[in-house]
Structures are given as C-alpha cells and as structure tokens.
Design a protein around this ligand. Structure first.
Ligand code: AMP
Ligand code: MG
Length: 414
C-alpha cells in the first residue's frame, strides 16, 4: 500500500489540466539539424521562412484562357488567342502581353502574363482556330493566385513548435530545406514491473506472460517524437524497483507500468516516494486507467517527471494517450496539442455504470455524411486484441450510463 502519498484522485478534466499545465513548465530538448524525412513526427526547432514569394509569379490555377476580366463581363464574347503558356514557361519566353480583345491559352501552374488578370476554365470556352468564344464571365483574379499571396519572401510559413507532418515536409521542401532543425527525441525510460513478466524473446512459463507494455509504450513514445529506453523488468520487490527507477532518473521522462493499484505487491508509489517523489495526482476517475500516478523526482539537481501507469495493457495505452502525451510533447518542443475529439453516430446501444469517465476502444467508420462508431467487444482493460482492432475511444462522461442506437456520441481519435 502506498504510504507517503496523500490520495489525490482527480477527475479526468482536472488530471488532463494538471498534465497540460505541467507541460508548459518543461524545457524542450536541444535542437539538431536532421534530414527532412527523418524529422517526420518530431517538432520544429526553427521557424520555416519563405525564401521567395509564394507563389513567385501570378499562378494560373486552372487550365483555360488567361483574359482581361473586363473583356468577358458580357458573354458570349469572342477573343483572339495570341499564344500558349505552359507550367515552367518563363514570363519572358512566353513573350506575351495581352491587349484588349485578346486571350492566351494557359495551363495550371503557369505564370499569368501581363495584361491578363483572370483565367477562364477551358470548360467555359469554345475554340475554332485562333478564335476563342468565352461563354461564362470571370471576376478579376478568378483562378489566379497573386504573386506572394500565400507568403511574402522572409515571412514565417511554419512556426517553431509545430510537429512535422507531410504538409510541413512539403513546405520545407518548397523553401529548399533538405535539412531542418528539430528538437532531439526526448529519452524516455520504460520500466515494467511484475513478477509474472518475461521479456518477449524468452519463452514464458505457464504462470508468466510476456511484457507487452514496454513495447506498446515504446511504440507510443516513438509516435509522439520520443526515444524509448526499455529497461529490464523489475520484480515486485521494493529494493529492486528503487534501484532500477533510480537508474532511470537521468532520462528526460520515466514511465513505469504495473504496480500502481492497491494490491499487496503494488509497490510503485511507495518506492517513488522513497526516492523523494512529489505527486501531482495519484489516481484519476477514469476507466480504464484509474490508478495512474504523475509526479516528479529531483535528484542531484535534476528534476525528472514520471508516470506510474496501470499494468493492464489497455489502461497503459489510454493513460499514455491522455496524460503522458502532452508532457512528452512539451519535452519534444511541441506547442500544446489539444486532444482530438469528434462526434459520431452510435451504431449499437450500450450501457455502463456512472461515476467514471470511460474511454472504450471503438471503431469509427461510415461516410463523410454519416460518420458512425461502434464499440469493439472487449474483455476489459487487459484485452490487447480489442485495442488492436480499435481506431478511437468512445468517451463516456461520468454521469451517463445508457446510450441509445443512433445518438451522437463523443469519440477520441487515436
Ligand atoms: P498491475 O497493474 O501490476 O496490477 O497489473 C495489472 C494487469 O496487467 C495484470 O494482469 C498484469 O499481469 C498485467 N500486466 C502488468 N504489466 C504488464 C506488462 N508489462 N505487459 C503486459 N501485461 C502486464
Ligand atoms: Mg503487478
């Protein structure tokens, strides 16, 4: 049983806020320059700036005819085609300046020539020889993006603190940056506890199970921009646990799994307290994941945040997503990233009990017009299969116990 800790059982919203607020106090890891594609999932440590105007010339956004909008206000109207400009043509070698009554064939991505201020889509024209009949009018600037409209040279296009995803990669590529500055992956020690655990490359005895949590956590850590250091499994013995936890304090974050419930061999809180831990919470009114603890330990002048996550595999995953992720994100340099909630139509009714905010593994599907969600059947928070079939959690508030088919329900995306 835990000794030195007062009981700090928080609601989901309170616990999330504690994690988010603490995250704001954490200093991110050092920046380093790395190859653009190695930066995916990491966090920008510099602003990405436009090295020139975007677009660098007035750009046609449709295939059609560049015109002077004033010429096509009453339609149909016949114009003279004086040339053709494809993407990649220079304004000079297109050589064209439009005069009243003229148009020029133009392709998507090509520079709009002087004298033209709009593009009529090819669908709204009929051509015979060099005569083009325009059958639909355009307003000035229609189907043209003005030079510098997306960004002016020197302007910040992507702020530091942004997580690098494919669209950020596109911007970096567009401004000519094969290497970018990102924060190095925070080092996260993963310490699984439990006498029943064996590592995944050893054959388990009948009474043993494989340590899957260290690996699911390592995967979640990697996805969140961290580097996992998987430690040897700690037996349910205070001195062994203290030794291993103590060793992990030189990392940026310490995650323990198992041993945080109120069972006789749940020693994690007690051991962390003996190492001088300060606890921010020692339980959250959620299911799965109620026993989760969060705090920090200061040792030799260095303060290391830690989480003790419950050992049930789905509890470990859920509590990582809800509470560890914002802290790890901050260490990785990320600006606050709110949880991605959405609403979907419930396909099947279900009932549960009031009192806890529940995060139930579920599958979101359907169409854009009718997103729907259903629970994946599960055997409780130890059910790995259920978790692996899910792509979201249905979120049940603590005051609800019955849900009808077709009602709108909140989901948390993975
Ligand atoms: P505990 O939180 O230590 O009470 O463990 C709760 C349940 O999760 C028990 O059934 C454990 O066997 C299981 N469990 C604990 N740690 C792990 C782990 N690292 N990998 C897989 N299952 C675990
Ligand atoms: Mg245990």
């Amino acid at each position: 049983m835990s000794v030195a800790t007062q009981n700090k059982l928080l609601s989901f919203a309170e616990a999330r806020q504690v994690a988010e607020k603490h995250a704001l106090t954490l200093a991110p890891t050092q920046p380093e320059f790395i190859n653009l594609l190695d930066a995916v999932g990491l966090v920008l440590a510099e602003n990405l700036c436009a090295d020139r105007d975007f677009p660098p010339f007035p750009r046609a956004t449709r295939d059609g005819f560049a015109v002077c909008a004033a010429d096509v206000q009453s339609v149909p109207v016949r114009l003279k085609n004086v040339g053709s400009i494809k993407a990649g043509a220079t304004l000079k070698d297109s050589g064209v300046t439009l005069s009243t009554g003229e148009c020029v064939e133009i392709m998507t991505g090509a520079p709009v020539p002087a004298g033209a201020d709009a593009v009529v889509m090819v669908e709204y024209t009929e051509s015979t020889g060099n005569q083009v009949t325009v059958i639909r009018s355009v307003f000035p600037s229609e189907n043209v993006v003005a030079r510098g409209a997306e960004a002016r040279r020197g302007e910040v296009m992507i702020q530091r603190g942004t997580r690098v995803h494919h669209a950020v990669v596109a911007v970096a590529a567009a401004v000519g940056r094969p290497e970018i500055a990102v924060h190095r992956r925070p080092r996260v020690s993963v310490l699984a506890t439990g006498d029943e655990l064996v590592d995944i490359n050893l054959p388990p005895e009948r009474n043993e199970i494989r340590n899957s949590n260290s690996y699911s956590l390592a995967a979640q850590i990697y996805e969140a921009g961290g580097e996992a250091i998987i430690m040897p499994v700690a037996r349910d013995q205070a001195d062994e646990l203290a030794l291993l936890a103590g060793k992990a304090l030189d990392s940026d974050l310490l995650l323990l799994t198992g041993g945080v419930s109120i069972g006789k061999y749940d020693l994690v809180e007690e051991v962390l307290a003996s190492l001088g831990a300060e606890f921010f919470f020692t339980g959250v009114a959620i299911q799965p994941g109620k026993p989760a603890v969060f705090g920090q330990i200061t040792h030799d002048g260095k303060t290391t945040p830690f989480f003790g996550l419950p050992g049930n595999p789905v509890s470990t995953m859920v509590t990582f997503r809800l509470f560890v992720r914002p802290v790890l994100g901050a260490l990785a340099g990320a600006s606050p990233e709110p949880l991605p909630f959405a609403q979907a139509r419930l396909r099947e009714p279900f009932s549960t009990k009031t009192g806890l905010t529940r995060f139930l593994p579920a599958k979101l599907g359907g169409t854009n017009a009718d997103p729907h969600v259903e629970l994946v059947g599960w055997q409780g928070s130890g059910d790995l299969m259920a978790a692996s079939k899910a792509n979201c959690y249905i979120v049940v508030p603590p005051d609800r116990d019955k849900f009808e088919k077709d009602e709108a329900i909140s989901v948390l995306l993975f």
